[in-house]
Design a protein around this ligand. Structure first.
Ligand code: ZN
Ligand code: ZN
Length: 415
């Protein structure tokens, strides 16, 4: 690629090490990445070692290899998995080391595959990875998820562009959303982080008992547990390092009360479900549980996702993102949750982040549930925000405050 691209990729790598991971001298780093992302992985490793990392290792994946399994492996073999894959992550996390995941899946990779196989494989992997997932969602160590533009992904995002312009265009968009195109990206992140933290402090002080989302196809009340805690931007980990787990990130989020969600919500964006799209879908909740759902595409996938376990049919996250977010303003539908969830308010079915309810970090699943926290093998984000959605904060005495109107914060705060 061009010298400009190489420079931007290097700045991006530096940002992932210094802001995303805030990697400390003496730590090890485990990276999971697609083969195509090798140039970024190498640059991240260089910055990590320059910052004092002792060891950087990578577990590579290859989407075409994944597809080969779906096409050729025995149909009854998708309940099988090997433990080393997750134990590698556990070894890192249990020893206070960092992990980085790089994503860039073709949203249509698995479009011709039987949805039953996909959901069986996802359920199997989700169950196997649960001990690791639990530690990660308790922010046991510094971890980060970031994107890498791949050819197939770029082709899906920009189908109308000539083939040779798709990948550069997606890179341009990614570099914009992660502020690599700003004169001083690290300073831009410091200012952005301060804004997100100011927003969480405001919301933490409010301690609303519920949020009420209204808009076309949506009338949803999401109860919030006592002592819920909003997180946005840099957050502390159990080992004392503060890091930014998603790059990009524009959201502030907390845990819903698992049993106090009522009403109907319509998704405002398609959802890339591990290489298959779920589109134009709606869910109805009663006392926290999904009691009805419909989808124009991918309904079987959504149903099987919800049947994964008890917590998979309940919410574990509610996140607020203004429509003026730089990602929403690109007007690009990324078909990738890391990017799309930072363009719109969203919720997640499944596991809640333990540190979203004060004092719950080390509780068992059963104890966590008594505080309203949800546990599951899965965590599936989907977007419910747009320029047509209003959000009210509901106080304990039933009075309401407008929090967002037509997708924007009613109150501007600065950090
Ligand atoms: Zn989120
Ligand atoms: Zn989430």
């Amino acid at each position: 690629m061009t010298p400009d691209f190489d420079h931007s990729l290097n700045v991006y790598a530096e940002l992932l090490v210094k802001v995303g991971l805030n990697l400390r001298a003496g730590q090890r780093l485990l990276i999971r990445a697609p083969l195509e992302a090798a140039p970024l992985v190498r640059a991240v490793a260089a910055h990590a070692y320059d910052g004092g990392a002792r060891l950087v290792e990578t577990i590579w994946n290859d989407p075409q290899f994944t597809l080969t399994r779906y096409k050729h492996a025995p149909r009854d073999s998708f309940t099988e998995h090997s433990d080393w894959w997750w134990r590698a992550g556990l070894e890192y996390v249990e020893n206070g080391n960092a992990t980085l995941s790089i994503v860039g899946t073709d949203p249509d990779l698995l479009k011709d595959i039987d949805p039953k196989l996909i959901s069986t494989a996802r359920r199997t992997e989700g169950m196997a990875a649960m001990p690791l997932g639990r530690l990660i969602t308790a922010d046991a160590v510094n971890w980060c998820v970031a994107g890498y533009a791949t050819e197939a992904w770029a082709a899906r995002v920009f189908p109308d562009l000539p083939a040779d312009q798709q990948l550069p265009r997606l890179w341009e968009a990614i570099f914009h959303t992660v502020r690599v195109d700003q004169p001083d990206p690290l300073a831009a992140w410091a200012a952005h982080s301060a804004n997100l933290i100011a927003r969480t402090q405001y919301l933490n002080g409010k301690q609303y008992t519920a949020l009420h989302f209204t808009g076309p196809g949506t009338d949803l009340v999401i109860g919030l547990p006592d002592n819920h805690h909003w997180i946005g931007g840099p957050a502390p980990t159990a080992i004392g390092i503060t890091n930014t787990a998603n790059v990009p990130t524009e959201e502030v989020f907390t845990a819903p009360h698992r049993a106090r969600v009522n009403g109907t919500v319509r998704a405002t964006m398609p959802l890339n479900y591990g290489g298959n799209l779920i589109e134009n879908f709606s869910l109805t909740f009663r006392d926290g549980r999904v009691v009805d759902l419909s989808a124009e595409r991918g309904e079987a996938l959504l149903r099987s996702q919800i049947e994964t376990d008890e917590g998979a049919a309940m919410l574990g996250e509610v996140a607020l993102v203004p429509h003026s977010s730089p990602i929403a303003q690109t007007g690009i539908l990324f078909y990738n949750t890391l990017f799309d969830e930072n363009a719109a308010s969203h919720v997640a079915l499944g596991r809640a982040y333990r540190n979203c309810i004060s004092g719950c970090e080390n509780l068992s699943d059963e104890e966590f549930a008594t505080f309203g926290g949800n546990s599951s093998a899965t965590h599936l984000d989907f977007m419910i925000g747009s320029a047509e959605i209003d959000v009210d904060g509901v106080n304990a005495d039933g009075t309401r405050e407008p929090l967002m109107r037509r997708g924007e914060w009613t109150l501007s705060l600065s950090g």
